[in-house]
Design a protein around this ligand. Structure first.
Ligand code: SF4
Length: 444
């Protein structure tokens, strides 16, 4: 049995394996660098990240950065989707330019949902809840993929750097997969890179909050973003183990390479296809690397390139279904929708799988298993603000002071109030959107 803490997870070993296999870094290593981390960060609900340091640096230095994630309009908005929305909203409040995509092209091509349904589900389930939870539509961007011409143009362009075999290998596509389904993968890549196009202020660090199972999309997009670059900038060691920086021209041409050389003041040697910058102190290498990357990016933009930063990601852990096992949109008992009657949501909490023992006596003597309890997960992830209160529940459960009956009643009441309040806020969100120039056509 793996030892867990109030923010731990029962299947932590699975995550460790996942991290080792795919090179995801544990998120907790960054916690000290975040001034006011979101509860998902403090409580280990966000378990991992890829490249988030760059976003953090931008946040701390008040430089521009963005956050984006998407929602497939094929079912109801549930607590799993709320998690992503909360993360987008937190980054927006931290100063990020925020993008929320309704992935209707994906829903239509992958799940066969009609355009009309995509539209209705997108508006009435996802967009209203997003704004009700606190997304600022004045400052941020909400869009349907199918209505975004720039996005589709970018997807086409990205397609020049992706081929059939690699996409088939990543997504397990066989010969009978439709071309539209394959295209929707490129549209998702474009969703992720779109915040960096000129229309939105050009290249910047971008974070994509997603579930850990979405990592293949992130890795593919990072690969494509890197292939779209005109230069490759790398740190290397010479024969004496001294660091130097190599800038290799991939598709920019000699004139652009010479322009990069002209702007770099450090000692350097210019070759036909690359530049080596040397004489850098080890303590200065990261700073110099960033300066050179900025020079290269500026030249690349002048020569018609995109200058993409590799997109970063935060990964939240798997959300358990209320009935145990995976949450599934085809099993309504396994999830709580933000749009279902509050009484129904409370009922589901009362029937959810717990980590309690078979009898009250056993519970008192052995204590419960909060790490395996879906009710505890609801309390920790969505229903309780103060960390001290969550810790208290954890301790009381572990030591047998708490019974599942009273615990479920508390969680059910909190869920009832949360869903009721959220639905009132959804009505207010509709009024806000109706008055907004960009969005009023959606809610006539
Ligand atoms: S007491 Fe609460 S947290 Fe503990 S197992 Fe029962 S329902 Fe879950």
């Amino acid at each position: 049995m793996v030892e867990i803490d109030p923010w731990g997870v029962a299947d932590i070993e699975d995550y460790t394996r996942l991290f080792e296999e795919f090179g995801i870094s544990p998120f907790k290593e960054l916690l000290d660098r975040i001034e006011k981390p979101h509860p998902y960060m403090r409580r280990g609900i966000i378990v991992g990240h890829r490249g988030y340091e760059e976003v953090l640096r931008a946040m701390r230095e008040q430089n521009k950065f963005a956050v984006m994630s998407g929602f497939m309009p094929s079912g109801r908005i549930h607590l799993g989707g709320k998690m992503v929305m909360d993360e987008i909203i937190w980054h927006q409040r931290m100063g990020g330019d925020a993008f929320a995509c309704i992935a209707d092209m994906e829903s239509h091509s992958v799940r066969g949902v009609s355009w009309k349904e995509c539209r209705e589900i997108g508006l009435n389930e996802y967009i209203l809840s997003l704004v009700a939870l606190g997304f600022d539509p004045e400052k941020g961007h909400i869009y349907f993929q199918s209505e975004n011409k720039k996005l589709r143009d970018l997807a086409f362009e990205l397609g020049t750097e992706a081929n059939f075999s690699e996409i088939s290998a990543i997504y397990g596509f066989s010969g009978d997969v439709s071309i539209s389904h394959m295209t929707s993968v490129l549209v998702q890549n474009a969703d992720i890179l779109q915040p960096q196009i000129l229309e939105y202020g050009g290249p910047k660090p971008v974070v994509i909050p997603v579930g850990v199972d979405q990592d293949p999309h992130i890795r593919l997009t990072r690969d494509i973003a890197s292939r779209m670059r005109m230069f490759r900038v790398e740190q290397r060691l010479d024969n004496n183990q001294k660091p130097y920086i190599s800038i290799r021209e991939k598709q920019a041409g000699k004139e652009a390479l010479d322009e990069v050389a002209r702007r770099i003041e450090s000692p350097k040697k210019v070759y036909e296809m690359h530049i080596d910058v040397f004489g850098i102190e080890e303590s200065e290498i990261d700073r110099t690397m960033r300066e050179i990357e900025e020079i290269v990016r500026a030249v690349e933009m002048e020569y018609g390139g995109y200058g993409f930063f590799l997109p970063a990601a935060t990964y939240h852990r798997f959300v358990q279904g209320l009935t145990g096992g995976k949450m599934s949109s085809s099993v309504p008992e396994s999830y709580i929708a933000l749009t279902e009657p509050p009484e129904e949501a409370a009922r589901k909490v009362k029937q959810a799988k717990t980590g309690g023992r078979v009898t009250v006596e056993e519970q008192k003597s052995l204590g419960g298993l909060p790490g395996e309890c879906t009710v505890y997960e609801l309390l920790m992830s969505h229903l309780i603000d103060e960390d001290a209160h969550v810790k208290e529940i954890f301790e009381e459960c572990k030591t047998g002071k708490r019974t599942c009956k009273s615990c479920k009643s508390e969680a059910a009441e909190l869920m009832f109030s949360f869903i009721k309040r959220h639905q009132e806020e959804r009505e207010m969100a509709k009024e806000v959107l109706k008055k907004h120039e960009l969005y009023k056509q959606w809610f006539r």
